[in-house]
Design a protein around this ligand. Structure first.
Ligand SMILES: NC(=O)c1ccc[n+]([C@@H]2O[C@H](COP(=O)([O-])OP(=O)(O)OC[C@H]3O[C@@H](n4cnc5c(N)ncnc54)[C@H](O)[C@@H]3O)[C@@H](O)[C@H]2O)c1
Length: 249
């Protein structure tokens, strides 16, 4: 019997592919035989990762810039898999959130996902492609002082389900909702907001997830691999938490 979860001959594009969950997904998908296009704002990191991965290339542009998104997709001949992973965070309750910050988080997490999906769609429809959106537990439950971030991730979950309804046989679209995962995103948050109490905060983040630790980027990446492989053909419009039991508690 052939090994499952192989992606030989398939081309995947990963936004936010230079760091954290996106970078782990680039590694796992190339290991499974896919060719991977790493999309990121951070050109140096994207190139460094690509140099270590077979069958990978980079395209460095801002996913919130429609003319750039349109131009980049026009130059891609074939696409089977889209991983919408680029995203940013914001700490604050509703009263602590300013309009400019609210709009900035929406622009990356929601508008960026919309634009990339829209311009990738003609290519994906040719091959009955698969989209994997990276949502968050923050789109499923309320997380304290994450007003704007929760709202954006709720929108990512909603976009996933809506697309699955419009294209039920033409493509597949699913969403992963990770709990807190050890990535530069979380390290950046800790250093920005809790530099004076790093260890205390790390313990609090661990304790928030019943398993008692943070997730590892590879653990998210292997779920993404499942969601874009032929073995998950019956899965469509699903939102799957992977959070050490956080949302089960
Ligand atoms: N780390 C976590 O705990 C966690 C938990 C749940 C969900 N997520 C989600 O997972 C995704 C990846 O998070 P991560 O922790 O790997 O983050 P990360 O900060 O390590 O990586 C995100 C990447 O996205 C890129 N990016 C940001 N804005 C961009 C833009 N406008 N255009 C192109 N690229 C852009 C960044 O340059 C960066 O390389 C995000 O959507 C995040 O919301 C993360």
């Amino acid at each position: 019997m052939p090994s499952p979860f192989r992606l030989d001959g398939r081309t995947a594009l990963i936004t936010g592919g230079a760091s954290g969950i996106g970078a782990a997904t680039a590694r796992v998908l190339t290991d499974a035989g896919a060719s991977v296009i790493i999309v990121d704002l951070d050109e140096a990191k994207a190139r460094e990762l690509s140099a270590s991965l077979e069958r990978s290339s980079t395209r460095c542009f801002d996913i919130t810039d429609e003319s750039a998104v349109e131009r980049e997709f026009a130059a891609i001949p074939k696409l089977d898999i889209l991983i919408n992973c680029a995203g940013i965070g914001l700490v604050g309750s509703v009263t602590e959130t300013g309009l400019a910050d609210f709009e900035r988080v929406f622009r990356v997490n929601v508008t960026g996902t919309f634009l990339v999906t829209k311009h990738a769609l003609p290519l994906l429809l040719k091959n009955r492609g698969a989209i994997v959106n990276i949502g968050s537990v923050a789109g499923m439950i309320g997380v304290k002082r994450r007003f704007a971030y929760c709202a954006t991730k709720g929108a990512v979950l909603a976009m996933t389900r809506q697309l699955a309804v419009d294209y039920p046989t033409e493509l597949r679209v699913n969403c992963i909702s990770p709990g807190t995962v050890e990535t530069p995103f979380v390290e950046g948050y800790l250093h920005k907001y809790h530099a004076h109490e790093l260890e205390k905060m790390r313990e609090e983040l661990n304790a928030r997830q019943p398993i008692g630790r943070l997730g590892r980027p590879e653990e998210i990446a292997y779920l993404a691999l499942y969601m874009c492989s032929a073995e998950s053909d019956f899965m469509n419009g699903a939102v799957v938490p992977i959070d050490g039991g956080w949302t089960a508690a």
